[in-house]
Structures are given as structure tokens and as C-alpha cells.
Design a protein around this ligand. Structure first.
Ligand code: HMG
Ligand code: MG
Length: 304
């Protein structure tokens, strides 16, 4: 199969990137980050999550962030919701798209959402029904698709069965999360080949954390199966609070560098993306995790 000519990048930095930060990131910094990401041409930017503030305190200001940052008609600003309460808060705020999440192992499901896989799917079905009734779009996530920090190996048939259930309940897209970042390209390819037997491949997304430096390779492997939607995080920030040891998502800059190099269309401007990365890294007081970002910035500095 030929590689996709166009890829949609879902920027998850303001949510997945920041949710694990121990020090509170001020609301105005989150808003400015989202504006800068929109300015760089990202068409989907996850603005936050309506989850329990006791579980993830960093996302407690999602309403304020969304209300001030979600201003462009050209951009979708989805938020994560784990249950009906989250959906109600999202609807109240005027959100147009929500993302629900399930996990492929029982232990991860309990740690992340305090319920079994089955219970989470029941919750997710209620969220889907109500969201769709209210005119919202729903995206679905599955965590630990290529390995679990608690249970180790994960059965791909279990992953694909959950993916199909999410798709059948109305998720317009299902994002496969390598939460721990342990996946390697061949296994990634096999997982997507299996998933694509029951879900159209253009409805599948890849969400790779980069703990073992495999994410860009995994994206390429997924593209070989026809996948054309990838989640990434500015400057490679982040991690799931319930996935000990896992680092951030693959950096948006690293994905863009590869896609630009392959002539794949994304609509994203690297220089403007680097402005967003510099902004958030300066605020967090740490260097970018993006290899491409570091290389381009140091080349630009040398040239100046
Ligand atoms: P629980 O404690 O069982 O929930 O948590 P509960 O229904 O008993 O409620 C406990 C308290 O939370 C109550 O407040 C509720 O009102 C409140 P209290 O009466 O004690 O004051 N509450 C809420 N508040 C705001 N928004 C809500 C909400 N729901 C309840 N939606 C629950 C269950 C699902 C709520 C909890 O486990 C939770 O919030 N989990 C979210 C964890 C999370 O956000 N994880 C990170 C996102 S997923 C991820 O990163 C993976 C991903 O990136 C893909 C990948 O990499 O794999 C997507
Ligand atoms: Mg994640």
C-alpha cells in the first residue's frame, strides 16, 4: 500500500503534555500555548480534560482554558471526558468535541478510571449516546495497546475488540495509545493490520509515547498500513499520571520533520511550531525533548 499523502496531527500537548506536570501551569500560559499552536496551523488541539480534579489537579481549569483559547473556526478543540459528569461540564462550556477513554488491561483501567474495562465501556456508551444526541463529536482512546506498566504484555485481539466497541458506539475516530511507549514498529504494524480488519483504517489513529525512542518508527510503520492520524505533543511534553515511568508523547516537531521530509501534507509550519515549543519550555524551565526541535533551533542560532 502507498503511504498516505496527507496526515492529520492531533496536538495533545495542552492536555497529555501538561496533565502530569507537578507544578500548576497558570491558566493564561495554557491559553497562550493553544493560541500559538493554532497559529502554527494545527487543526486539532486538545484543550484539556473534564476529569476529577482530585485525580488530575492540573486540568482543573479546563473550562477557563477552553473558553478563552477555543476561538478559531478552523480548529477543533476536543476535551477528554471520563463520564457523564465530564460530558455535562463540557457541554456547559460549549465544547463541540469530546474524547472518551478506555484501557486494554484491567489494572490500568482501575488505576486510571477506578473501574473495570466493562464498566468503562458502559460509561463510554452513555457518554457517546448523550454527546451525539447533543450534537457533539466523540473520539475514542484506548490505552496500553502495546504494553501495560502493570500487566506487561497485552493481547492485540482484546485491544481490537475494544476499538470495535468504541467505533460501534459512535466514536468517529479511535486512537490507539501506546501509553508506556514500549511498542516497536513491527508489532505496531501488526496491531493496526488487525484493527483495520474491523474498522476502516482512515478512522484509526496512533498515539505513541516516546519512552523508548520508538514513536517516529511506529508512526512510519502505521502509515505503511494506511493510518493517517497521529497524536503528538509539542516539545514531547507529558505522560499519563497513571503510567509510571512513561515519558511524553512523541514530539510534534519530530513527527513534522519526518512528514515534511517525506512530502506528506500536514498544514503545519515548523518555524511557528518552534515558537510554541520555545514558549512552553521557557515557562516550564526545561529544554525541549524534541530532537528535531533542538537541531533546527541550534542551526538557526548558528546562522544568526
Ligand atoms: P471516582 O473517584 O471513582 O469518581 O473516579 P466518583 O464518581 O466517585 O467521584 C469522585 C469525585 O470526583 C466526586 O467529587 C465527583 O463529583 C468528582 P466529590 O463529591 O468527592 O467532591 N467527579 C468529577 N469532577 C469533575 N469532572 C468529572 C468528574 N467525575 C467525578 N468528570 C473518575 C472516577 C473517572 C472520575 C476518575 O478516575 C478520573 O477522573 N479519572 C481520570 C484520570 C485521567 O484523567 N487520566 C489521564 C487521561 S487518560 C490518558 O492520559 C491516556 C491517553 O493519553 C491515551 C494513552 O496515552 O494511553 C488518552
Ligand atoms: Mg497519552
Amino acid at each position: 500500500m502507498s503511504l498516505p499523502a496527507k496526515v492529520k496531527i492531533v496536538e495533545v500537548g495542552p492536555r497529555d503534555g501538561l496533565q502530569n506536570e507537578k507544578v500548576h501551569v497558570p491558566t493564561n500560559v495554557k491559553i497562550e500555548l493553544i493560541r500559538k499552536l493554532a497559529d502554527a496551523g494545527l487543526s486539532v488541539i486538545e484543550a484539556g480534560s473534564f476529569v476529577s480534579p482530585k485525580w488530575v489537579p492540573q486540568m482543573a481549569d479546563t473550562r477557563e482554558v477552553f473558553l478563552s483559547a477555543a476561538t478559531s473556526d478552523q480548529v477543533q478543540y476536543p476535551v477528554l471526558v471520563p463520564n457523564l459528569k465530564g460530558l455535562e461540564l463540557a457541554i456547559e462550556a460549549g465544547v463541540k468535541e469530546v474524547a472518551g477513554f478506555a484501557a486494554a488491561t484491567e489494572t490500568f483501567s482501575q488505576k486510571n478510571t477506578n473501574c473495570s474495562i466493562e464498566e468503562s465501556l458502559v460509561r463510554q456508551k452513555v457518554v457517546c449516546d448523550e454527546a451525539i444526541k447533543a450534537g457533539l463529536k466523540v473520539r475514542g482512546y484506548i490505552s496500553v495497546v502495546l504494553g501495560c506498566p502493570y500487566e506487561g504484555k497485552v493481547d492485540p485481539t482484546v485491544v481490537c475488540d475494544i476499538a470495535k466497541k468504541l467505533f460501534d458506539m459512535g466514536c468517529y475516530e479511535v486512537s490507539m495509545g501506546d501509553t508506556v511507549g514500549v511498542g516497536t514498529p513491527q508489532r505496531t504494524k501488526e496491531l493496526f493490520e488487525l484493527a483495520a480488519r474491523s474498522i476502516p483504517v482512515e478512522k484509526l489513529g496512533g498515539h505513541f509515547h516516546d519512552t523508548y525512542g520508538q514513536a517516529v518508527g511506529n508512526i512510519f510503520a502505521s502509515m505503511e498500513v494506511g493510518v493517517s492520524i497521529f497524536d503528538s505533543s509539542i516539545a514531547g511534553l507529558g505522560g499519563c499520571p497513571y503510567s509510571p515511568g512513561a515519558t511524553g508523547n512523541v514530539a510534534t516537531e519530530d513527527v513534522l520533520y519526518m512528514l515534511d521530509g517525506m512530502g506528506v501534507e500536514t498544514g503545519i509550519d515548523m518555524n511557528k511550531l518552534l515558537i510554541a515549543a520555545e514558549y512552553i519550555c521557557e515557562h516550564l524551565g526545561r529544554p525541549t525533548y524534541s530532537r528535531a526541535g533542538r537541531a533546527i533551533m541550534s542551526k538557526q542560532r548558528r546562522a544568526a
